[in-house]
Design a protein around this ligand. Structure first.
Ligand code: NAD
Length: 473
């Protein structure tokens, strides 16, 4: 067990304890919520080249108070049991905060994906899925994986195909066994961008409260705010591009594992994405300068810092160097307990992971619902709505004896596509969840930070489920 991940798990547990001590729930109930219900550690052989490698992997179901359990699968050389337990625990709280009716889970395979060919990654993924099937750790009503660090829709497609092969075609909802699938394979439009888009909605909402911004010495609104993003993968890319395109924010720094780019005038994120696609990484991008020391991303002069890579990035050692006023936790567990104490003392606002990166699981929930209903969102009502709007416009034109231009008409009368509905559902979820957490912080005098408020929000909902079940009367 690495010290890094053990400190991550300890941090999650101690944050839980801090919030739990502020509630009136019975000790036994709190202990039940806190611990991981099922931990499956596995080892299996996979032929790599001419020899066999024994692969270490995990699936942890933190809480089955609601089923299925849900959580991504991570491929990283740093994966270990405590890391997966920490991530599974966060999933329970995350689902509760955004009212997604799942328990928390997480999976991990201890490999560095860069070291394997696509064929080898496919073999490893399929074998892992078989292990999950054998132990009943996957299924649309049991446990539903999704992408996380190091995985994406390609891996989800392999998982689906393996699951379907073993379900012998007689399980009508089999496609709901995993989310984050390609759209052509029963995925949903908007899932790939969902976590980053959720980060944008959360940030925009947090910045919209004038009084809160004033406390930080900032003006309200996301427009013009200078942002630095650490990690330019799925979550970091979309957080940066949507904040720039739809929020008019200025992305002044992007940090990757091998370089930190800086441009005080703003980095063109669309160009950087294209550059990364072509070159495989962001080193040498002409639209920004590379900092001498890549670890100096932490001290770039900015308003908002978005860690979107891995856990334990902001620690007691580097937290004092931060100039940002808001830390937006797009990654899971990016701040250690020591780092957090320093930041809170400095009066920074921390938007906690269990709220801010919940966009992924929210849209995964929409995908799972789509899979169970066997129908694309919008199919039934789109044309009906469109015709209704056309009739309303026609009546208005007749009554006013004025006509609307064809361009305007087609804009106003457009019925919602699946992507519109997904984005609308995600926006509603992120805005409501932020305000319920903020309300808890404002209402309760003993709560001084958004993480504790988010924990209390989650804890109360999970506790209520157990109480309603009659488990803890
Ligand atoms: P990803 O693999 O797509 O991207 C991670 C990026 O971080 C990569 O580009 C990698 O090179 C970079 N990176 C690694 N180490 C780094 C370092 N030391 N400094 C700077 N960059 C570094 O992963 P992702 O899916 O974007 O996940 C990122 C974080 O977001 C993780 O903590 C994950 O748990 C969390 N998250 C992801 C999702 C999702 O839907 N993918 C949902 C919720 C939370």
């Amino acid at each position: 067990m690495s010290n890094q991940s053990s400190s991550f798990y300890t941090t999650v547990q101690s944050n839980f304890d801090k919030a739990a001590s502020l509630t009136d729930h019975p000790k036994g109930l709190l202990a039940q919520i806190r611990e991981c219900n099922a931990v499956y550690q596995m080892r299996f052989p996979v032929k790599i080249g001419n020899s066999y490698e024994v692969i270490e992997a995990y699936r942890v179901q933190h809480s089955q108070h609601r089923q299925p359990t849900k959580g991504g699968i991570r491929y990283s050389a740093m994966v270990d049991q405590e890391e997966v337990m920490a991530l599974a625990s966060l999933m329970t709280y995350k689902c509760a905060i955004v009212d997604v009716p799942f328990g928390g889970a997480k999976g991990g395979i201890k490999i560095s994906p860069r070291k394997y060919s696509v064929d080898e990654l496919q073999k490893i993924t399929r074998r892992y899925t078989v292990e999950l099937i054998k132990k009943g750790f996957i299924g649309p009503s049991v446990d539903v994986p999704a992408p996380d660090y190091g995985t994406g829709e390609r891996e989800m497609a392999w998982i689906l195909d393996t699951y379907q092969t073993f379900s012998k075609g007689n399980e009508i909802d089999a496609v709901g066994c995993v989310t984050g699938k390609p759209v052509s394979l029963n995925g949903i439009r908007g899932r790939t961008e969902a976590t980053g888009r959720g980060v944008f909605y959360g940030l925009r909402e947090a910045c919209s409260h004038e009084a809160d911004m004033k406390e930080l010495g900032l003006t309200p609104g996301l427009a013009g705010k200078r942002i630095v993003v650490q990690g330019f993968g799925n979550v970091g890319t979309y957080s940066a591009s949507i904040s720039q395109d739809e929020g008019d924010a200025l992305i002044v720094g992007i940090a990757e594992w091998n370089v930190t780019l800086y441009n005080p005038e703003g980095i063109d994120i669309a160009k950087l994405i294209k550059y990364k696609k072509k070159k495989g990484n962001i080193v040498g991008f002409p639209g920004a300068k590379a900092l001498k020391k890549k670890e100096d991303w932490i001290s770039i002069d900015c308003d908002i810092l978005i860690p979107a890579a891995l856990e334990n990035q902001i620690t007691a050692k580097n937290a004092r160097k931060i100039k940002a006023k808001i830390i937006a936790e797009a990654a899971n567990g990016p701040i250690t307990a020591g780092g957090e104490a320093i930041l809170l003392k400095k009066g920074l606002m921390i938007l906690p992971d269990m709220y801010l990166n919940a966009g992924g699981v929210t849209v995964s929930y929409f995908e799972w619902l789509k899979n169970l209903s066997h129908m694309r969102f919008g199919r039934m009502e789109k044309r009906f709505n469109q015709n209704t709007y056309v009739n309303i416009i026609g009546t208005v034109e007749k009554l006013t004896e004025r006509s609307i231009s064809a361009k305007e008409k087609s804009l106003i009368t457009r019925g919602a596509e699946e992507i519109d509905l997904v984005r609308s559902g995600l926006e509603e979820t992120m805005v409501n969840a932020y305000n319920s957490i903020r309300d808890i912080k404002k209402r309760r005098r003993k709560i001084h930070d958004l993480r504790t408020a988010a924990f209390i929000c989650a804890l109360d909902k999970v506790a209520n489920d157990y109480i309603a079940m009659g488990v803890f009367p």
